[in-house]
Design a protein around this ligand. Structure first.
Ligand SMILES: C[S@@+](CC[C@H](N)C(=O)[O-])C[C@H]1O[C@@H](n2cnc3c(N)ncnc32)[C@H](O)[C@@H]1O
Length: 292
């Protein structure tokens, strides 16, 4: 296998306009990440700043980093993902140190060596090292996808991007600082939401309902998310509404989604999705922002 660089690690980002203080931003790329929809989402509802902010399908947490709430409960079923955030909070400087090493060594061969090491989960890998590996693989893997097989092994090939931005030290520190105020959990959304109460803001961004039977992407975790899970989530949203929570849900616009969320308000938005294994299918889709 060639050891030539598949892409260059861009250092332009190091010189980009610095805000003072730097703004927190998502640390990783994530399928279904909401960066492109933030304006539409915030037009529908401004999260309350008095209650707690709950985001139990956290992924890259685009809305959380934008809103920067003082008190938040963040969780995801993907425990490797949440372990990465915990390590960033615990020792961001060491994560930065390891990321610098990955940057220097980046090549096709290095990518697959790290992917192998990641999947072997040797006991001598510290949590901080694993956090840096997670960010490195996410940023250099194909199309920023984090996909695992049924055994939970990360199986994404190297990406084809010509410029890879692994991290921005100032932003990473700002994101770590914001995450410090949050409770970070590795749990299913149901467990996390047990504690949501009147006045809390809850953003539910589950793996989406497929637009057709062949168009599904639910492999963020080895477990997946099927139609019954969608139905149960809608029941949870109704229960949160009864408890007096402010609820916002994202999903595809399909008759099924409209049916299970009957009684909520629907706002249609058009969005271009760049993470689809088939490049021909990356394009505009209509999504719903559902609120109570
Ligand atoms: C559409 S993504 C969320 C994207 C996120 N809003 C962002 O901006 O990046 C859905 C997330 O739900 C998580 N997930 C899947 N099933 C879950 C479950 N039962 N409980 C909690 N999280 C789950 C996945 O690991 C994935 O990170």
């Amino acid at each position: 296998m060639s050891t030539s660089k598949p892409s260059t690690i861009s250092h332009n980002s190091r010189h980009e306009i610095k805000t003072d203080p730097p703004l927190p931003t998502p640390i990783i790329k994530w399928a279904g990440g909401k960066t492109k929809l933030l304006n539409d989402i915030l037009k529908q509802k401004q999260p309350s700043m008095t209650g707690n902010y709950f985001e139990p399908f956290f992924g890259s947490g685009a809305l959380f980093f934008k809103v920067a709430p003082k008190r938040a409960v963040l969780s995801d079923f993907n425990s490797d993902l949440m372990d990465m955030y915990i390590s960033v909070v615990n020792d961001v400087e060491k994560v930065i140190k390891y990321l610098c090493q990955h940057e220097k060594k980046h090549s096709i061969e290095y990518y697959y060596t790290i992917r192998d090491k990641w999947n072997k989960r040797h006991k001598n890998q510290s949590s901080i090292m694993r956090a840096s590996m997670f960010i490195y693989l996410n940023k250099t893997g194909y199309n920023g996808l984090w996909r695992v097989n049924k055994q939970g092994k990360y199986n994404v090939p190297i990406g084809t991007q010509t410029n890879v931005n692994l991290f921005h030290p100032h932003k990473l520190r700002a994101s770590a600082k914001l995450l410090k105020n949050a409770k970070i959990l590795k749990s299913s959304y149901r467990e996390t939401l047990n504690k949501a109460k009147k006045g809390d803001f809850v953003y539910l961004d589950p793996p989406y309902c497929p637009l057709s039977s062949t168009a599904k992407f639910t492999s963020y975790t080895a477990e997946g998310f099927d139609e019954n899970d969608q139905k149960e989530l809608a029941l949870t949203a109704k229960d949160l509404k009864k408890r007096g929570c402010i609820v916002m849900i994202s999903n595809h616009e399909t008759p099924y989604v409209r049916e299970i969320y009957k009684g909520f308000r629907f706002h249609r938005v058009s969005c271009t999705r760049s993470i689809n294994s088939n490049p021909k299918k990356r394009g505009a889709v209509t999504e719903l922002i559902i609120t109570n």
